[in-house]
Structure formats: C-alpha cells, structure tokens
Design a protein around this ligand. Structure first.
Ligand SMILES: Cc1cc2nc3c(=O)[nH]c(=O)nc-3n(C[C@H](O)[C@H](O)[C@H](O)COP(=O)(O)OP(=O)(O)OC[C@H]3O[C@@H](n4cnc5c(N)ncnc54)[C@H](O)[C@@H]3O)c2cc1C
Length: 389
C-alpha cells in the first residue's frame, strides 16, 4: 500500500493549526513543529470575520465556531467624543455575505483548533532551524541537531518566519509607525451592552472593544510611537495603564472605565508591522508559506488570522487535487496572492488614515467618513469578508 505524502507545517499559530486540520482531512500525514514549549494563552480577542467562519465551515467546524464569542450588532466607527461616524448593521452585512462575523477569545479558538488537529500531530519545543531540498523532498534541521524529512514543507512561522528568510532573504518587516495594546476584562454587560462593540478614532490614537463571550470584553488601543518603545513596570509613572489613561483619559465612555478595570499585568503591547506583498510566488519547489509568514498585515481590518485560515483551506484543496507536487503549491500561491495583497494594502491605508495626528486632517477625515454612503461601505467590506475560498 502506498503511504500518504507527509507534510510538515512549521508553526502552530492559527494558520498552522488550521492547515494541519485541512491537510489531514485531505488524507495527508501531517506533523506540526512548534518552537514554543507550550502554546500558552494569548490574553486577547480576535475578530473572526465571516470569510474565516465560512472557510472554517468547509472543515466541518461551523457549529463549534458559532459557539465562540459574540456576534456584533453593527460595525461602528466613532469619533473620540463618541459620535457615530460610520455604522454598518451586522444583519445587512450577514445577509450580503452569508455568514456572521464574531469577536472571539484567541485562546478559545486556539483550543478548538488544537482539538481538531488531533493526537500525535503537534510537536511542541521543536524549532525549525533551516531546510534543504532535493528531488524527492525536504530535509529540515531542528534546533538541537535532529533532522526531519517531508514531501512538503509549509512555513507558517509568523511575522519573522525563518522559512521565508531562507527562501527570500531576511529583510526586516516594515514598522507601521504605531503600537497596539490589548487586554481582556471580565466586566460583563454593565460597561458595554451586549454586541455593541465599537472602534473610536482620535488624533494619532484609536480604541476599540467587543464582547467575546462568557462575560468577557476584549479591548485594543493604538497610538503613534517610536519602534521598540516599552511601557514601564506596573504601578510606575510610565506603566501601561498610566500611558493609556494619559492617551485616552478624556475619550467617551466606557473607554476609561475599561482601562481602569483591566489587570495591568495582563496588558499586551505589540508594535505593528507588515510587509510588501510577495507577488504570485511564495515558495520554491516543495516549500511554501502561509499566514503571516507569507503576508503579514496591519490589524486594521482584523484580517491577519482570517486570511491565514483562508490560505489553509486553499492549500489543502490544491494539494488534494494536484498531489504533493510543486505545481500544486504554485497554484495555491497564485490563487491566494491577489486577495491577500489587496487586504494588506487596504489595511495599511486604513491604518495611515486612522493614525493621522494633524487636527485639521482629522476633522476632514471624520467628516469624509461620515459621508461615505453605507452602500459603499458595505460593498468594500463585502469584498473581503464576503470572499469565498
Ligand atoms: C494587535 C493585533 C490585533 C489583531 N487582530 C486581529 C483580528 O481581530 N483578526 C484577525 O484575523 N487577525 C488579527 N491580527 C493578526 C493575527 O494575529 C495574525 O495575522 C495571525 O495570528 C497570524 O497567524 P499565523 O499562524 O500566520 O502566525 P503566528 O500566530 O505568528 O504563529 C506562528 C507560530 O510559529 C511559531 N514559530 C516561529 N518560528 C518558528 C520556528 N523556527 N520553528 C517552529 N515554530 C516557529 C511561533 O512560535 C508561532 O506559534 C491581529 C494582530 C495584532 C498584532
């Protein structure tokens, strides 16, 4: 009996885990090699937009996913004072694209995917150091000196992907000029009515929040800042809370209340990066890339993980139809390249506009935003969250 082809996925983020599920369902033998010793819980939320929900539905996960998080009642942008500048009712968006979007806890999604990957597929503490290809496959070198052999290697190893660096050189990602703070608070509905998340824009700063189920609210904040700047330790004058209250202290309710209610030690701070899209080719011979390794994007559309999920479904389909061959990998890359390049560029543009500091430009921006007809907003959003893989 012929053995199934073996695919190694480097990295057990949302992209790598989803790829493992999709590839196993297509009959491949799969190993996911993850450098971290444990997957840990990222204390943050995530928008799981309709496009990702539909892609997960193709893997039989629709029901499990629908039990996570809270569908929003509207996609709403406000001014820092709280006036609604743009609002798309979720019901209209759902009608247009055929699936809901929801905010979920990252840890809940990760746990669901780990369960889906199944026993014996995920190897923790396994760091891929490099790889070499020959006519019949790929040999990976792991930190510690051991080697692994595979028919196909998928680099799902994130923003600073080593697989990508081996393929295309180790250029630094592009710093977007702003940083983001994130946290999850358990305050129930008294601060934010159920499903009433929002994103508010000020001068060089933004704040957003959403319910993510089981009485938890996820919030995020951004501000223009030098690359690599760090907050001081909790309780100090430059602590995360002190910095956030300085930035958002006079913004509309319940922003200050959410910051105040947060356990300071749980605030994550991440500088924001992306890369120029690679074009139609993301790999070489029997190696390809997926998710942030291929197309890191700024989080302004909440699409990085959603696009990684779409990648995973398309990759498995191409390999299943074309076999574990370079031609199938190149087809996957071609099928994905235009869509992800569009999302990378739009996310970058929204970030530039959202992070404007000049008061006059901010006033013009807010006015222009309020004048965009809902039909146009719905169409633009639909091109991304309505995308079907
Ligand atoms: C502030 C912020 C908010 C965001 N909000 C959203 C949102 O609402 N919705 C959304 O869809 N996206 C969002 N994103 C983007 C999203 O987090 C990423 O796009 C997504 O997590 C990428 O998943 P990935 O699996 O490609 O990579 P990662 O999650 O980075 O996973 C890569 C994995 O590879 C492992 N690894 C790295 N190197 C090696 C190696 N050499 N060997 C083995 N393993 C290795 C890492 O340990 C890691 O586990 C946000 C991002 C930020 C920063």
């Amino acid at each position: 009996m012929k053995h199934p082809a073996k695919v190694i996925v480097a990295g057990a983020g949302i992209g790598g885990l989803t790829a493992a599920i999709a590839l196993r369902q297509s009959g491949f033998e799969v190993a996911v090699l993850e450098r971290a010793a444990d997957l840990g819980e990222v204390g943050a939320g995530l928008l799981l937009a309709a496009n990702a929900q539909k892609a997960l539905g193709k893997l039989g996960l629709a029901e499990a996913v629908s039990s996570l998080g809270t569908p929003a009642s509207a996609a709403e942008i406000r001014s820092w004072r709280g006036e609604v500048l743009a609002s798309i009712p979720a019901s209209e968006l759902e009608k247009k694209v055929g699936a809901p979007s929801a905010a979920v806890h990252r840890a809940d999604l990760q746990a669901l995917l780990v369960r889906g990957v199944g026993e014996g597929t995920l190897r923790l503490g396994a760091e891929v150091g490099g790889f070499e290809q020959d006519r019949s496959g790929v040999t990976l070198s792991l930190a510690g000196g051991s080697q692994e052999r595979a028919d196909i290697l998928v680099g799902a190893d994130g923003l600073r992907s080593r697989i990508r660096a081996t393929l295309f050189g180790s250029q630094k990602p592009r710093y977007a000029g702003y940083t983001a703070w994130r946290a999850v608070v358990e305050v129930g509905e008294e601060l934010l009515p159920w499903g009433k998340g929002f994103e508010s824009w000020g001068r060089g700063a933004r704040f957003g929040c959403a319910h993510i189920g089981r009485g938890r609210i996820y919030w995020f904040a951004t501000a223009n800042a030098p690359e690599g700047e760090k907050d001081g330790p909790p309780g100090s004058l430059a602590s995360p809370k002190a910095t956030l209250l300085h930035l958002f202290g006079d913004w509309h309710r319940p922003i200050v209340e959410l910051i105040e209610a947060t356990d300071e030690g749980a605030v994550l701070r991440t500088d924001i990066y992306d890369r120029e899209p690679l074009g139609e080719r993301w790999g070489e011979a029997k190696v390809t890339l997926l998710g942030d390794a291929a197309h890191p994007m700024t989080p302004n559309l909440g699409q990085g993980a959603c696009q990684a999920i779409e990648d995973a479904v398309v990759l498995a389909r191409c390999l299943s139809e074309g076999g574990a061959a370079p031609v199938a990998l190149r087809r996957y890359e071609r099928l994905r390249s235009d869509q992800v390049a569009m999302v990378v560029r739009r996310s970058r543009r929204i970030g530039r506009v959202g992070q404007l500091e000049n008061p006059l430009l901010c006033r013009l921006r807010d006015r222009a935003l309020a004048m965009v007809p809902p039909k146009v907003q719905l169409k633009q959003l639909g091109e991304i969250v309505g995308h079907e893989v």
